[in-house]
Structure formats: structure tokens, C-alpha cells
Design a protein around this ligand. Sequence first.
Ligand SMILES: [Zn+2]
Length: 238
Amino acid sequence: MSQAPAAEPKIIVVFGAHPDDVEIGMAGTIARLAQAGNDVYVCVATVPDNREQRMAEAREAGRIMGVKDILFMPLKSLDLGYNRKSIGTIDGIVHDLAPHSIFTHWIEDSHQDHVNLTRCVIAATRKNHFNVYMYEQTIPGGITPAAFRAQYLIDITGFIDKKMDSVRAHASQIGRNGDWWIEGIRGRAMYRGYQMRARYAEAFEIIKISGDTDLFSGEHEQSIARLSEADSEFAILE
Ligand SMILES: [Zn+2]
């Protein structure tokens, strides 16, 4: 039985204002996207402190999630505003990578860097034909007047260990936020999972959908490949 031809990998770009933001928000989804054969790029807008250590932690987390690459944008924390410099930097990344889908912070997040980054991403994606999603508010985060609308839930049951390991890779932040920070992140994934009758899930709001929304088509191909292998083993036994 011939193996189905592999589809072109889809390019997915995930923006986070700081190292560890994307892991808290959607590491399970990133790991699942990567395993499905997509090329996932994580773009970290700014590294606020302990630059070398935090970049090393982010790279280790990226390795755990299986990302294609981590891009550290050349922005200082003070530069990360809703301004031409930030938007121009994101414009360049979007132009170079031509992604299928983009993920960014929730625009009502309580941290100004998170909000500014998403406003810049929206400006940079205004003329393009791809999907743009927002992951849930970063933990720890404050109360804001808005309520997150979980419009798109992704089952990460098989990827919760990678999610938690990728968060723990940010060892400098565990000391700052406490062990219970880790359990809060897992607890939210359980809460979102329960809403879709899965053990664990991550939730997203949709900014726009411009075309193909199938982010996990590679999973189908992998299962066909596994079936093919099973067939040939069976044939040998016969
Ligand atoms: Zn952050």
C-alpha cells in the first residue's frame, strides 16, 4: 500500500511579548501543531531581564514543543508600543514567513506589552490572507473589564506533559511566580478541557479567518501512514 504524499507544511507564527508567554497560553497547541507536520515559529518581542538566561530557557522550551525556530525581535521593552517601529518589525516577519495562521495575545490582556503586541500584529496583518487567533490571557494576569470568549477550543490531552515541561523550562519564572503558578496553568487547561469533554484544552478567540482552517491535516496523514505500516506487517504475516 503506497503512503499518501505528505502535504506542504503549513507555516504557523506565534507571537509573545516575553519569553514564556506563548508556553503559558498555548504550548499544548504548539506541540500538537508541530507534531502534525506544521512549521511553527515563535516570535518573542522583547526580553525584559536576564537576557542570556531567559533566551536559553525559551530555546529549551521551544525544543520541547518542537518548534522550527524562535525569533527574538530586536525590540527593547520601552520600544514595544503601538508604534511604527514595532509594527514595521512585525511586518517584516509576516512578509518573510508568509504564514498560514498567526496566534497572538488576547487584546484585552491586562499587561500593556501583550496588548501593544497584538495591536501591532493586527496592523501588520490587515492586508493578508491568513487566519489570526488570540490565545487566552497570560497567567499571572490581572482582572480586566472584558471577558474572554472561548470561541475555538483545541484538545491538547496528548500534549499536556509537553506544555507543562515547556513552562518549567522557564526556571527563572518559577522562583518569581511560585509553584502554584504551574498548577494554575494546568488547572486552566483542565477547565477548558472540561468545556469540550476532553481532559485538557486551550482556548482561543478569533480575529479573522480568511481561508483554510485545518491546522491538523498532518495528523490525518500520519494515521494513514500508520495504517499503511500495519497493512504491510499484516501482509508479511500472511
Ligand atoms: Zn508577558
